[in-house]
Design a protein around this ligand. Structure first.
Ligand code: F6R
Length: 614
């Protein structure tokens, strides 16, 4: 979703800002813009609908000089994607310019009041209200930009990360955050700010994660200063970034998505490292031992997540129920938060999120805290909001995921949930130790099994050609393979724009079976598990209606091989580990179908990587 970049220092801000916007492209956006204070004291704002490259074209003959600037990629919420609605927004007197990520919920009330006081608006955005309000306060109270921002934010209801610059004070950016991410990079005589660390990492590793309700004075000449809305100084806590530039580049692959699919043997190795002893006999997962009593006494575990993370969470439910015999509910965070949930201090809530910034998941966490539940977070982005707002938790450690369609984060989440279930099961004694040890041994081999699965790449690429022009797909699975079916369907939908539905295989006969004909491919996930014989029946039912079946089976499969039209054989692993293996060919299938259709797999239309608004 919207991305913010800012720079103040002695270099040419425009170059740094444009590079930063490119780094943030993965978040998803539909327009871009930049504001610069020129050495002659002008505040120049340039913006353009579409890609950052459009903005660059537009700026070719413009004055892009100056050492201070802010920039933005916008994902439309209030007002269509257009040059006018793109950020930065000017105040009416063009003295200040502002970029914003988030939504101002009470913008209508504020706007009406400002209009009554004579303000004129240029755009349909909620953001313009903020810049006009700040400028109104600044000019009417004759106060500094910092004081005006502080006063304006007291009136605002909603979520924001903002950066504001002022024509007459070119060495400073005022930034602030509430519920939307903001990171500040500290260099020598220069500072950077951004929605995440990706635009900053090539300049400095010293960063400060701004907290909710903090305002930052980001200056070229003064050390970073943070204050709260009551004007009290807060602590500047400098962290060291664990991120490298090579992780943000394609490394020879045509797309980030393909790179990330192929990275999975190593990301899973990183995810397991230090958590499973050499022989697989001990599982160590952070936050579990410290909160042992919470997990052991939990009357119920509720997992909250969105999208792909929700699919991983559903696998987590099966794992925890199977291994720990604790009742588990899995909730879409967006539904959970408005469902008046019954929660108390005997509940453990697990929040799963790649970005660690999903607004609905954060809101669900807050509700859980308010009800007294213990909250455990699983995320990928170090320093993001979810790890900072949970009682304990762990990272999946799969490195930055840039492709909008989640792949390596999904398998990382499933792996961490598996390890979490095993750690709790061991503490609880709910599963024989020998069985846990056996799974532990197999977990150590998972990176190798995933590598073998990736060797099916060419077969899957060929297969994709047969199905590129299908209009609909059905994905079926049972047990652990049901969430894999949901995830396979989501991957196809989001990058190829083909309608696909994931379904529990046995539920097919209660409705979706009516869709089956020779035109509609059905992908059936049927590894070697305790439901294998059952799913053989489901394959027969599709075939009896002349459906075309692509089956994902385990090596050594005997029956489905003879009935399905196309078979992808993956390594045979214990049932609870099958999702990590069977999801990989589905990622590749979606990727190649989308490529065959000429789609932009890394930045699919309308989608955002980090969903920081409701
Ligand atoms: C799909 C995808 C999304 C995310 C969802 C939640 O490929 O990536 O469905 O899973 O937006 O995002 P996080 O995990 O960052 O909370």
């Amino acid at each position: 979703m919207c991305g913010i970049v800012g720079y103040v220092g002695n270099r040419n801000a425009y170059d740094i800002l444009i590079k930063g916007l490119h780094r943030l492209e993965y978040r998803g956006y539909d327009s871009a813009g930049v504001a610069l204070v020129s050495p002659s004291g002008k505040l120049n704002v340039y913006k353009s609908r579409g890609k950052v490259s459009n903005l660059e074209d537009y700026c070719k003959d413009k004055d892009t000089t100056g050492g201070t600037g802010i920039a933005h990629t916008r994902w439309a919420t209030h007002g269509e994607p257009s040059d006018r609605n793109a950020h930065p927004h000017f105040s009416e007197d063009e003295e200040i310019a502002l970029v914003h990520n988030g939504t101002i919920e009470n913008y209508k009330v504020l706007k009406d009041a400002l209009i009554q006081n004579g303000c004129k608006f240029q755009s349909e955005t909620d953001t313009e209200v903020l810049v006009q309000l700040i400028e109104y306060i600044r000019t009417h109270n004759d106060c500094s930009l910092l004081d005006a921002v502080k006063e304006a934010l007291k009136q605002v209801v909603g979520a924001y990360a903002i950066a504001v610059i002022e024509k007459n004070n070119p060495d400073t950016i005022i930034a602030a955050r509430k519920s939307s991410p903001l990171v500040i990079g500290i260099g020598e005589g220069e500072m950077f700010l951004a929605s995440d660390a990706t635009p900053i990492v090539e300049y400095t590793k010293d960063v400060v994660y701004v907290k909710d309700n903090e305002i930052a004075v980001v200056s070229k000449t003064e050390p970073l200063k943070l204050i709260n809305l009551n004007n009290e100084e807060t602590k500047v806590d400098v962290k060291t970034l664990q991120l490298s530039i090579s992780q943000l580049e394609k490394g020879g692959y045509p797309h980030f998505m393909l790179k990330e699919i192929f990275e999975q043997p190593s990301t899973l190795r990183d995810c397991i490292r230090g958590r499973v002893t050499e022989e697989g006999k001990k599982i160590i997962i952070s936050g579990v031992l410290d909160s042992k009593e919470k997990f052991l006494n939990a009357k119920r575990i509720i997992i909250v997540a969105c999208g792909t993370s929700w699919h991983a969470s559903l696998i987590g439910k099966y794992l925890i129920q199977d291994m720990c015999r604790i009742p588990v509910e899995v909730e879409y965070a967006s539904e959970f938060r408005y469902s008046n949930p019954v929660l108390d201090d005997r509940d453990v809530v697990i929040a799963v999120s790649q970005s660690g910034e999903t607004a609905d998941t954060l809101a669900a966490i807050q509700m859980a805290h308010e009800a007294g539940a213990y909250v455990y977070g699983i995320s990928n982005v170090v320093g993001s909001s979810i790890p900072r707002n949970t009682d304990s938790g762990t990272y999946i450690h799969v490195g930055p995921e840039i492709g909008v369609a989640s792949t390596k984060a999904f398998t990382g989440q499933v792996m961490v949930l598996t390890l979490l279930a095993m750690a709790i099961a061991e503490l609880k004694g709910s599963m024989p130790k020998e069985e846990l040890d056996k799974i532990g041994e197999e977990i150590l081999k998972i990176p190798e099994y995933v590598k073998q699965t990736l060797e099916l790449n060419d077969q899957i690429e060929r297969l994709s050609l047969i199905f590129t022009y299908a209009h609909n797909f059905l994905y079926l699975g049972r047990g652990y393979s049901y969430p894999v079916a949901l995830e396979g369907a989501l991957k196809l939908k989001e990058i190829s724009y083909i309608h696909a539905e994931g379904y529990p295989a046995a539920e097919m006969k209660h409705g979706p079976i009516a869709l089956i004909d020779a035109e509609m491919p059905t992908v059936i996930i049927a590894p070697n598990d305790h439901l294998y014989e059952k799913i053989v029946n489901n394959v027969q039912q599709v075939k009896a209606r002349h459906g075309s079946v692509i089956a994902i089976v385990s090596e050594g499969d005997k029956e489905i091989k003879n009935i399905a039209d196309h078979v992808i054989e993956v390594p045979d692993v214990p049932e609870c580990l099958t999702p990590i293996i069977t999801s990989v060919p589905l990622q590749l299938l979606s990727y190649y179908i989308a490529i065959n259709k000429g789609k932009d797999v890394d930045m699919p239309r309308n989608l955002a990587k980090s969903v920081t608004v409701e």
